[in-house]
Ligand binder design. Sequence first.
Ligand code: NAD
Length: 497
Amino acid sequence: MRTVPHWIDGAETPGGGARRSTVFDPATGEQQAEVVLAEQADVDRAVASAVTAGLSWAQSSLSARTRVLFRFRELVDAAADELAELVSSEHGKVVSDARGEVQRGLEVVEFACGIPQLLKGDYSDQVSADVDSFSFRQPLGVVAGITPFNFPVMVPMWMHPVAIACGNVFVLKPSERDPSAALAVARLWQQAGLPDGVFSVVQGDKVAVDTLLDHPDVAAVSFVGSTPIARYVHQRAGAAGKRVQALGGAKNHAVVLPDADMAHTAAQLTAAAYGSAGQRCMAVSATVAVGDAADALVQALAAQADAVVLGPGRDAGSDMGPVITAAARDRVVAMVDSGEREGAQVVVDGRGRSVAGHEGGFFVGPTLLDGVTPDMEVYREEVFGPVHVVLRVDTLDEAIALVNANPYGNGTAVFTADGESARRFQRGVTVGMIGVNVPIPVPMAYYSFGGWKDSLFGDRHVHGPEGVSFYTRGKVVTARWPHVARPVTASMQFPTS
Ligand code: NAD
């Protein structure tokens, strides 16, 4: 049985603990590896190695850091297919989708290659006689990333390229369900010339997470995962005095107005609902049909859902793979059962679907529910599976009110041919990322990614300018270099100019 180790101080290590967790092949349901689970001493070792490496990394020149980033960019690009296969084998998503996640991660590396430009400060000449003021930003030190299973390459890459470019050292605690991609990325950093200890991986569960959250040498924590754990991480790391950004779960609504192009909209929503088997924090899981958009839309969505090819992620013919575990599959099925019990119509039923030759795989077929109301569990909970629910309202204002009443605020989209409606929507919703005729509005790497309300705890979003801000702290210097002899006395009054 393959064992997935930690990566500490530039080398693989099994660590000192005996605990292990199973890594499945979701397409077959069989175990394919085991991953070591860190004990506190393993995390302490990784952080100690990071502290030492950080002393020189923080002092390295911007040019030296940029050269490592450019080399890392080339290596990730060259390894993209290999990384995608690895992601697909442990996560279950189709390889082309995994390739897309690697590409979106790579774009953050490309953004971080511009770090000399991004770290430029401000300068004000002659703020007073012979006095100049300027600002610059410095790294925090050791920063930790704790990441979910659903994007094992991209989500960590939202964090570590920016953190490292800013001069920090980074300890990643990836999901224990698909842990191998983090190690592959660690090897690429080393090949790129990153000094040992600047990027480490501790595999593990709550023990590793809690040790990082409490560790006095960890200055900041970036977390992405479910809302209950995001809230917990924010509170615990915040209580320990750390800077925290904790991104949580989602319920992303697509609002469809009657003037939308229904064929285009249905195709976009189907891809956004069932891509990666719905296991995306930006998946469209709830469509809000406005006025007489509903019947034609549901009909088109049903036809499209029926056409989705369910199969193993490694098969080029599959559109949609399995979900991550048997427990995830059972939870998704239970959610659909509850929706049906509470009065929703099951228009397309993915329960009980299996794939020939892969009967043990964790498959659920695309599922479409109509007549869903906000009080139903299948709407209130994040399902995180291939379940798309349709709610019906009469007006755009009702749709906006529905979106805003939801505790999550990650992403949303409006489909319409009318600019005024789109503008009213984008200004009125309490959501962080908004699409206009775009179903999964994931911002480009040079903007920042993050939701509102229960989808993000903390005040800064990831990557882009807010990522640079999160991983650095500012200084403002007020300096006097008089041309003439320096004054030998100073006024006791508060300085004014
Ligand atoms: P999760 O919350 O179960 O796990 C995330 C991380 O937290 C993992 O590294 C895990 O080991 C750790 N963890 C789990 N339970 C813990 C506990 N009790 N104490 C301490 N640490 C713990 O999330 P997941 O199932 O891996 O990922 C799916 C979730 O992530 C969904 O809710 C999805 O919406 C969310 N997500 C959000 C975004 C976003 O940008 N907002 C992006 C991707 C995923």
